[in-house]
Design a binder for this molecule. Structure first.
Ligand code: HEC
Length: 146
């Protein structure tokens, strides 16, 4: 192999190894949560009838369902120190945490389905369920801001 190719390969290997450091998930999951928060807030504006951009509700609802497919994987073992508000209970009471993540997955999928069906009444209720799923997990597993 050419020398620069060897160096490039070594750099890529190093980058891959660093990306797998558990603590690097802290920034990643906070960015993912911000994205989830953004879509939830934007969808809320539409559900409450404040704005009605064409086709946007389906986009937000589908994004939420996709982003919530596997949020448990954003919290690997060892990502519990540093600049994080993740509580220790995520790892010490993993079954309860996984249930909360599963409930958010179910709620966002139901919201996307209600939006696809175009049923106004169901959309409102499904949106509230999404909000509840966020709140339930945050209450139990996210530290308050200090
Ligand atoms: C299964 C648990 C769980 C669910 C469900 C969940 N979150 Fe979170 N969320 C967390 C935890 C834990 C943190 C703190 C992460 C950290 O600081 O490392 C967080 C952080 C956040 C943040 C702050 C991100 C930042 O920049 O620090 C926002 C915004 C957020 N969540 C929005 C939402 C919304 C909106 C929903 C619902 C659609 C939701 N979350 C569902 C556990 C959850």
């Amino acid at each position: 192999m050419h020398k620069t190719a060897v160096i490039a390969a070594a750099l890529i290997a190093t980058a891959a190894a660093q990306a797998e450091e558990p603590e690097n998930y802290i920034k990643y999951r906070q960015a993912m949560m911000s994205a989830i928060g953004g879509h939830t807030g934007a969808a809320g504006q539409i559900v409450r009838g404040k704005v009605s951009p064409e086709g946007a509700l389906a986009m937000h609802a589908n994004a939420l369902a996709t982003l919530n497919t596997d949020i448990g994987s954003l919290f690997p073992e060892g990502s519990d120190f540093g600049e994080t508000r993740a509580k220790e209970e995520i790892w010490s009471d993993r079954a309860a945490f996984d249930k909360a993540a599963g409930d958010a997955k179910t709620a966002t999928a139901a919201f996307a389905a209600a939006v696809a069906a175009g049923d106004e009444e169901k959309i409102g209720a499904a949106y509230r369920d999404v909000g509840e799923s966020c709140k339930t997990c945050h209450k139990q597993f996210r530290q308050k801001k200090n």
